[in-house]
Design a protein around this ligand. Structure first.
Ligand code: BGC
Length: 755
């Protein structure tokens, strides 16, 4: 016992434990503050020794010559600058031997300040996990944290200090190629996932050997690019920014994210990189953020193209003033900051603040004590490609697959099938399964990918004959392979068709105006359906695609996204019911591109679609509903929702309402259900969305089993930004909706918030 409890009663044990925990927490906090103070002192002492040139050097990040993820600035003297202490960080420098050799140069500099090595470790390092949008569909925060943890373990073992992830941009336009990198359309789900990813990357604390700095990007509103065109302008009200686009960023700050990256876009005419309101006022001001902000690739210099800076000098002035601490690749800081200081346009204090933020992280990582801390050849050999990492990738893959359709319970497939025809351009593909942003580690065989064909082979027994035909390519009009595919199909009991978009079709700058399944792939499906055999369609993609023919005609559809290293095994697990699919869409799937942007949490408007007789906000040629809504996804089993109970119908501002509902697995298979809680503020001082996700619970139920789930509603969940942009909950009626998707609402009930 740490000290005597204040009083005794039957709950004495509990009280003692609570007080002890409080005591420990206070001690820990004191330790943290003491450590912070200590690091600050060290930062100050280094800063005092630095020349202006050395300080400015810290504010630059260059690309290593090894690979490029943006337009490179030719520079023959990177080595010289590193040796002269004029560079803070390198990106795209991968592997222990490469990072070690750069670090050796850095510590030849006068003050021996180590370099930071940054890389886009977006969905795995050597082990590739499902693309982030796919993983978001698992709504599985623990698993999400774990995959980021493994990615960090592998990356840090390969010399990396810093990942440019998570990407937390809300995205409501599937034309935009980068939807694959985020967590979809919803700020609540997006915030939860953002925090889980930060925790996973950073682990217990920065400085642990298997931890990397995370980076919340792209600050801000990058996902709202007009027309879904990457890098395009964003025109947005402040309320929308606060309500929808900023919450995931705030969640990363609360989770202790080490760094931020600003973005390429302008917001209402002001480029994010030179945006003072975002970086100084909100991030470093209101949110009191102590980490540092890196620009996006070249985005400081790109303010010249935006037309808000005449030259590099003005661009650098705008960015540093606005709170951008590090210039990635544009050389605007390197070429202009000294002159800006000399001209009295930028104070040394401003530069110092940026340098301190960066040095602080270098100390926190332990690089001053040992610049080669993450350059351990042995670790690199043992940490990468561990079997348990592959196991996690397989599980994460299965958790990300969304069952969109399952007519007559065609799935799961029986193990007693005599023959299966596995057809399509993706069946034997390898790298396609990795999606965008995979990492190849030089010198390490990172090509272990379980193809879909191999996955199926691993799964079926010797009695099942597997037949294959490619059928067609992913793009183009060539149907020469159709005849062979149909012949093969005729010999099988069941057909599995694997189609989709190429991995090069989603990702940065890969925007599409037509998001249908490319080429003749759906026509191939038509030919296969004509055989009369049952067809299961696998759709591989980095975004919500449009595939109405498939939706309306194929009996079973699995949306498999791009699942990474273990794609084949994960898909086979789901096909044969070793894993019962439980994923639910994190983004609405439109019927056609004309519906975009499309999202469930829209306003009702003055003429909602329900009043069909009067002119209303519908299309005359198509429904306003998506093909598949946010939160949608089937299971091999079925879930019944019953017994909704509210603890009260009148709630005072300082009270809570408990909402409980019983979920029963009424089918034959064990399975998981994602129970979703939506709320609607029925009358507000400004219009409120028809529903907003405010909580969810993922539960596992044995066949026949049931569980009662309880959600707690407090004022926070009822609050929004009013006309004055104050975060308030207004008294009045609220509607609670509990459902299996944003459309499949099983219960609705009102309660009133009172003063
Ligand atoms: C992307 C960032 C990425 C950076 C470095 C940019 O083009 O927008 O997300 O982190 O390149 O690769």
């Amino acid at each position: 016992m740490l000290f005597k409890p204040l009083f005794y009663n039957v709950n004495m044990k509990k009280i003692v434990i609570n007080i002890s925990m409080l005591f420990l927490a206070v001690m820990q906090l004191n330790n943290v503050t003491a450590q912070q103070k200590f690091i600050k002192q060290k930062v100050d002492s280094v800063l005092r020794l630095m020349t202006l040139d050395e300080k400015i050097g810290q504010l630059n990040q260059y690309n290593d010559d090894w690979r490029a993820t943006g337009p490179i600035t030719p520079d023959n003297n990177k080595i010289g600058q590193v040796k002269a202490g004029q560079l803070g960080s390198l990106l795209n420098c991968i592997g222990v031997s490469r990072t070690r050799s750069w670090q050796e140069l850095a510590i030849q500099s006068r003050l021996k300040i180590p370099l930071l090595f940054g890389l886009d470790v977006i969905h795995g390092f050597n082990t590739t996990f499902p693309i982030p949008l796919a993983e978001a569909c698992s709504w599985d925060l623990e698993a999400t944290e774990q995959t980021a943890r493994v990615a960090a373990t592998e990356a840090s073992a390969s010399g990396i200090h810093w990942t440019f992830a998570p990407m937390v941009d809300i995205a409501r336009d599937p034309r935009w190629g980068r939807v694959m990198e985020g967590a979809g359309e919803d700020p609540y789900l997006g915030s939860k996932i953002a925090a889980a990813r930060v925790k996973g990357f950073q682990g217990n604390k920065l400085g642990d050997i298997n931890s990397v700095m995370a980076c919340a990007k792209h600050f801000a509103a990058y996902g709202a690019a007009i027309g879904g065109r990457d890098y395009n302008s964003v025109d947005m009200s402040e309320r929308l920014l606060w309500e929808v686009y900023l919450p995931p960023f705030k969640a990363t700050v609360d989770a202790g994210v080490a760094t931020f990256m600003n973005s390429f876009n302008d917001i209402n005419g002001v480029p994010a990189t030179g945006n003072k309101m975002l970086q100084r006022d909100i991030l470093k001001g209101k949110w009191n953020y102590k980490g540092f902000v890196v620009s996006d690739w070249g985005s400081v210099g790109e303010m010249i193209n935006h037309g808000t800076a005449k030259n590099g000098y003005e661009a650098a002035l705008s960015a540093i003033t606005a709170g951008c601490d590090m210039d990635m690749e544009s050389r605007s800081y390197k070429n202009n900051l000294a002159k800006l200081v000399e001209d009295g346009k930028v104070s040394v204090g401003l530069i110092d603040d940026a340098v301190k933020r960066i040095l602080y992280k270098k100390f926190e990582l332990g690089l001053f004590d040992n610049p080669f801390k993450y350059c351990n050849e042995q670790r690199e050999k043992t940490e990468l490609a561990k079997p348990e990492h592959a196991k996690l990738a397989r599980e994460a893959g299965a958790k990300s697959i969304v069952l969109l359709k399952n007519q007559n319970n065609l799935l799961p497939l029986s193990r007693n099938l005599k023959s299966i025809a596995f057809i399509g351009p993706l069946v034997k593909a390898l790298k396609q399964n990795k999606g965008s942003w995979d990492v190849e580690v030089p010198g390490i065989d990172s090509n272990f990918i379980v193809s879909q064909w191999e996955g199926l082979q691993n799964k079926v027994g010797a009695n099942t004959k597997l037949l294959y035909a490619k059928g067609c390519e992913m793009e183009g009009n060539n149907k020469d392979g159709f005849a062979e595919a149909v012949e093969v199909a005729k010999q099988a009991e069941v057909i599995i068709l694997s189609i989709g978009e190429r991995r090069e079709m989603s990702g940065e700058a890969r925007n599409r105006s037509d998001i249908t399944i490319p080429g003749v792939q759906e026509e191939l499906l038509k030919s296969l359906l004509a055989t009369g055999k049952p067809v299961v369609v696998l759709i591989n993609a980095g975004r919500p695609l449009v595939f109405n023919y498939t939706s309306d005609n194929a009996p079973a559809i699995l949306y498999t996204w791009w699942l990474g290293s273990e794609a084949g095994n994960a898909i086979a697990d789901v096909l044969f019911g070793d894993f019962n699919p439980s994923a639910k869409l994190a983004m609405s799937f439109p019927i056609n591109v004309g519906q975009i942007p499309i999202y469930y949490s829209h306003f009702n408007t003055g003429r909602p679609v329900t009043s069909s007789k009067v002119p209303n906000t519908s299309y005359i040629d198509i429904s306003v509903d998506p093909k598949y809504e946010f939160g949608y996804g089937l299971s091999y089993t079925s879930f019944q929702y019953s017994n909704l109970q509210l603890s009260k119908k009148l709630m005072k501002m300082n009270e809570q309402v408990d909402v409980s509902v019983t979920i029963t697995n009424t089918g034959k298979y064990d399975g998981e259900e994602i129970v979703q809680l939506y709320l609607r503020d029925k009358v507000g001082s400004i219009a409120r969305p028809v529903k907003e996700l405010k909580d969810f619970r993922k539960i596992f139920l044995k066949a026949g089993g049931s569980e009662t789930v309880t959600f707690v509603i407090r004022k926070e969940k009822l609050s929004f930004y009013n006309q004055q942009l104050q975060w308030v909950a207004e008294p009045g009626d609220f509607q609670i909706m509990i459902g299996a998707s944003s459309k499949d609402i099983r219960f609705m009930e009102d309660f009133e918030l009172i003063r």
